[in-house]
Write a new protein. Structure first.
Length: 278
């Protein structure tokens, strides 16, 4: 199986508002997004197809054809106020999740009409901004989506294991075993998944997610020396693998089954990911 991913960009504005809610409810749930004049984003639509390589062309699908499909879909939104200019969102809140789900359905409908195709839609990802995106998967159901939000924190650590001798620690961890530690600008990715709530258009309240991560992770680790300033790493080596497992365990009691992934960029070259125990 081969996978092909293609991107297309578009600019649009939107507003979050449910007429069935009171103004106070809308303000509490959607915050700044309730402005009647809307706000805007530079969206990036990322689409992945899975399929077999055609022997005659050496491609899963002709890129020109895929570009045509993606531009056709994105053109429905490009330089538009989505709530007012797109009929599908006159009564549907244009959240990242709802937009991604709509685009998945449009692309799937177009691909079904392709003759003798040997590929399928595998993933649609819509970036509302670089730090916020939604994924929807073909065949997962019309109302399922995931939402990923990124967070930054700065911390120092020393890689040192009490299970190893001083010489072994220096051999295994090298410069990272420096007695006084070193630091990183960490970038944390938190993914929640579930059904898109029809009243809000969301998998979960984004403000609530941000508050939980702030309280459980950022307040605990930001501008700290992990080995010295936190209980979690007093006896636990703060490797990237251990950090994401600790973060998962901190978030899981409050996010429950909606939490499906934690990712951590330690440097632009080091990325760690945890999906829980199977």
């Amino acid at each position: 199986m081969h996978y092909l991913t293609r991107l297309v960009e578009f600019e649009a504005s939107h507003r979050y508002w449910n007429p069935e809610f009171t103004p106070e409810q809308n303000q509490r749930i959607f915050g700044k997004c309730v402005s009647p004049y809307g706000h805007g984003h530079n969206y990036v639509l990322r689409v992945t197809l899975a399929g077999q390589v055609a022997p005659r062309t050496g491609m899963v699908i002709n890129i020109t054809e895929l570009d045509r499909i993606l531009k056709e879909v994105s053109a429905e939104f490009d330089h538009k106020f989505i709530n007012l200019d797109h009929p599908a969102f006159h009564d549907r809140i244009p959240t990242t999740e709802n937009l991604a789900a709509y685009m998945r359905d449009r692309i799937e409908d177009t691909l079904r009409s392709q003759p003798e195709k040997d590929y399928r839609l595998a993933l649609v990802r819509l970036y509302e901004e670089p730090s916020l995106w939604s994924d929807v998967v073909s065949g997962e159901g019309k109302n399922m989506a995931s939402l990923t939000k990124t967070f930054g924190f700065s911390a120092a650590h020393r890689l040192h294991s009490t299970a190893l001798s001083e010489e072994e620690n220096r051999a295994v961890f090298g410069k990272c075993n420096n007695l006084h530690g070193h630091g990183h600008n960490y970038e944390l990715e938190v993914t929640v998944s579930g059904q898109i709530a029809p009243q809000t258009g969301m998998v979960m309240d984004l403000g609530e997610l941000m508050q939980i991560v702030q309280e459980e992770v950022l307040d605990r680790f930001d501008h700290k020396h992990l080995n010295e300033d936190t209980q979690e790493f007093q006896c636990l080596n703060p490797t990237g693998e251990n950090i994401i497992r600790v973060i998962w365990d901190l978030l899981k009691p409050r996010l429950g089954d909606s939490l499906t992934r934690v990712g951590l960029w330690e440097t632009p070259k080091n990325f760690f990911e945890y999906h829980g125990e199977e």
